[in-house]
Design a protein around this ligand. Structure first.
Ligand SMILES: [Fe+2]
Ligand SMILES: [Fe+2]
Length: 219
């Protein structure tokens, strides 16, 4: 199937790193994931060639994924914990602080993301539980005795990843696609910039785990 005939959600599953391109062009794969790429480009009046060229550049990122496929579990897990788990903890604390500030100061603004701070608070609690479970149970087993990891463990991890993606969808709903409104103050701008970075980081984190770390554990 031609790439522009595929849905945004399908492309997120199939093309490593494509979420960064969608973010760059303001295409919401969480909000409008069932749209084909062609429909999404028409709706946003983007130039097809610009988007397709950016997607073509992702070969470099695909090469990086192939590099990770050659690494052993220990190297990959060290990378996941340093680059994503620890980074998410810093991101989440700061995003919650910024969301509280924006909701408190701009609650009368028509675009104010009412409920964002509360959603982030609950999302972060669930994500922290998921990461701790990986760090204390799954990762040590995958490094020391991969055969002790059962298919049920992996299914549970992947189900929790799906819940993370649903929580991201809700962030998109509350913020109308994390589009910074005109005239937004510095705090609001920083909040949405941070949310977009967090979304991309989380998507890359989940992609590495689903496609590489947990790929061979279910028969
Ligand atoms: Fe993880
Ligand atoms: Fe995970």
């Amino acid at each position: 199937m031609d790439i522009i005939s595929k849905s945004l959600a399908q492309l997120v599953q199939e093309v490593p790193g494509i979420t960064a391109v969608f973010s760059q062009f303001g295409l919401s794969y969480c909000w409008n994931g069932s749209q084909t790429l062609k429909q999404a480009m028409e709706n946003t009046k983007l130039k097809e060639n610009d988007v397709l060229e950016a997607i073509a550049q992702l070969t470099v990122t695909s090469d990086r994924m192939n590099e990770w496929r050659k690494m052993d579990n220990k190297e990959l897990i060290t990378h996941l914990m340093d680059r994503y788990h620890q980074v998410h903890r810093v991101q989440l604390e700061e995003l919650f602080r910024l969301a509280c500030r924006v909701e408190s100061v701009h609650h009368e603004h028509v675009k104010c993301p009412i409920g964002l701070a509360n959603h982030l608070k609950h999302f972060f609690i669930e994500l922290e539980k998921h990461m701790l479970n990986e760090e204390t149970v799954l990762f040590p087993r995958l490094m020391q005795d991969p055969l002790s990891v059962t298919p049920d463990h992996i299914v549970t991890m992947k189900q929790e990843h799906e819940l993370c993606l649903e929580a991201i969808n809700k962030i998109d709903d509350i913020t109308e696609g994390v589009i910074t409104p005109k005239g937004a103050c510095n705090t609001w701008t920083a909040l949405y910039l941070g949310l977009r970075t967090f979304k991309d980081d989380l998507a890359s984190h989940i992609q590495l785990e689903n496609e590489i770390l947990y790929r061979g554990e279910i028969t």
